[in-house]
Design a protein around this ligand. Structure first.
Ligand code: ZN
Length: 148
């Protein structure tokens, strides 16, 4: 992996964005990748008009799992729930080799994971937080009042 990419991952690993303790998120919403020891849970806060205001995560694990979660929180901020769902589904499909890897170029820092696509064990690390945020987005959606 190119040095620039590795530096980017290490930066997010050492200084994860939007990482904090989430005592209100129940343990049943903890997502784990036992083969590597990664664990993460997430909370999505919405604006009054139903956009993603902030995605926060609490987690530990390898550099790739933490960096991917950190980058994701930045990428999803400000999007509508539908947009966030679409971005999450696309990223997971790319990492699973089911979508065009060039789409990573439009996902800011996440382009650094393009070299991981052919390594299934690492794909589990990188996508863990993305599977977890699908749950968190769904919880946020259920918590929204119905539109009048
Ligand atoms: Zn891992």
């Amino acid at each position: 992996m190119a040095d620039l990419y590795r530096e980017n991952i290490l930066d997010h690993y050492r200084n994860p964005r939007n990482a904090r303790a989430l005592p209100d998120v129940p343990e049943e919403n903890l997502h784990e990748n036992p083969t590597c020891g990664d664990a993460v849970k997430l909370a999505v806060e919405l604006t009054a008009d139903g956009r993603v205001e902030r995605v926060a995560f609490e987690g530990h694990g390898c550099a790739m799992s933490v960096a991917s979660a950190s980058m994701m929180t930045e990428l999803l901020s400000g999007r509508t729930l539908d947009q966030a769902d679409a971005v999450v589904d696309t990223f997971i499909k790319i990492m699973q080799g089911k979508d065009d890897p060039h789409k990573l170029d439009e996902m800011n820092d996440l382009a650094c994971f393009s070299g991981v696509i052919q390594y299934p064990v690492r794909v589990k690390c990188v996508t863990l937080a993305w599977h977890a945020v699908k749950d968190a987005l769904e919880r946020a959606r259920r918590g929204q009042p119905e539109p009048a």
